[in-house]
Write a protein of this length. Structure first.
Length: 295
């Protein structure tokens, strides 16, 4: 399979997805949940199906700010509102029980706005720090592979692939937030960090095969990289497919609180597998070609 020879096609496709994701982020932005904005999330199970209007009418006297009601399966409703005091919490439960005496509180999460902003800052800093550490690690691991591409370029190629993965995953969740109301909370950041680790692991497997083949290959760098990709592509796809199947099972059959986490992982694993094969390695070949032209 001529993967490297068709690198313009793969990289152009990836560039279109990344640019689209940047545009979506610029226009709509991510829909942050209470973990980052502060506020409360109350999940209540009723004895029968209730409408959004019924729930809002029941708690009208509490005067909840920025109240949104999201119906879920099994007669469950999730209420999100700005206040985060225990008095408001208890008053809301009281009003819901007046509407349905069998109403049962399943979950209540409350975060202040200061803590929410701190979580947002620390979460994005964590992603940035992980990327820097990955560059340093790969540069060290491939320090003995300096020909024809410098070892630090392996790390930079991996980071290009990781940025590609994160941007496209963010783009997907911007669309989900815009059209389906999907919110970004701390589990999403955990999913992104997991995707970074998974993606770089897949990329290193490919790079390691390149490192093994370079000393014994009689072909040029481009053909050696292409051979290495063909030797690892089946294993990469099989491993990722198995992981995605498990994540989809969690998404469809798991609880509402972990659906977005599982979806973020599934999207990230799929994009990460693609970038390991069709983005990271082609960048190595492009740098090698540029080096030859400059001589």
């Amino acid at each position: 399979m001529k993967i490297i020879q068709n690198r313009v096609i793969w990289l152009s496709f990836s560039a279109c997805l990344v640019v689209a994701s940047i545009i979506f982020l610029s226009i709509w932005g991510l829909k942050f949940g209470i973990d980052f904005t502060g506020g409360s999330l109350l999940e209540v199970k009723f004895s029968k199906s209730v409408s959004v209007d019924q729930v809002k009418e029941a708690v009208k006297e509490v005067k909840l700010e920025d109240l949104t009601v999201q119906p879920a399966e099994n007669n469950v409703a999730m209420l999100r509102f700005k206040q985060s005091t225990e008095e408001i919490h208890q008053e809301t439960i009281k009003k819901l029980k007046e509407m349905d005496q069998s109403a049962t509180e399943l979950r209540f999460d409350s975060i202040g706005p200061v803590i929410g902003q701190e979580l947002k800052s620390k979460s994005f800093n964590a992603v940035f720090i992980v990327m820097i550490l990955i560059i340093l690690f790969i540069s060290f691991a491939f320090r003995k592979v300096s020909k024809p591409v410098a070892s630090w370029k392996y790390g930079l190629a991996a980071i290009v692939a990781l940025i590609h993965d994160v941007m496209i995953t963010l783009g997907v969740f911007v669309l989900l937030g815009k059209f389906l109301g999907t919110e970004i909370n701390t589990p999403f950041i955990a999913a992104v960090l997991t995707v970074l680790g998974y993606s770089v692991n897949d990329t290193i497997i490919v790079f390691d095969r390149i490192r093994e083949n370079l000393p014994k290959s009689q072909k040029n760098f481009e053909e050696t990289v292409n051979d290495s990709l063909n030797q690892t592509i089946v294993r990469s796809f099989n491993t990722s497919f198995s992981a995605i199947l498990a994540l989809l099972a969690i998404f469809f059959f798991g609880g509402p609180s972990i659906k977005d986490f599982a979806l973020a992982l599934a999207v990230g694993v799929f994009i990460g597998t693609y970038s390991s094969i069709f983005v990271a390695s082609p960048f190595l070949v492009i740098w090698e070609k540029m080096k030859v032209k400059l001589k």
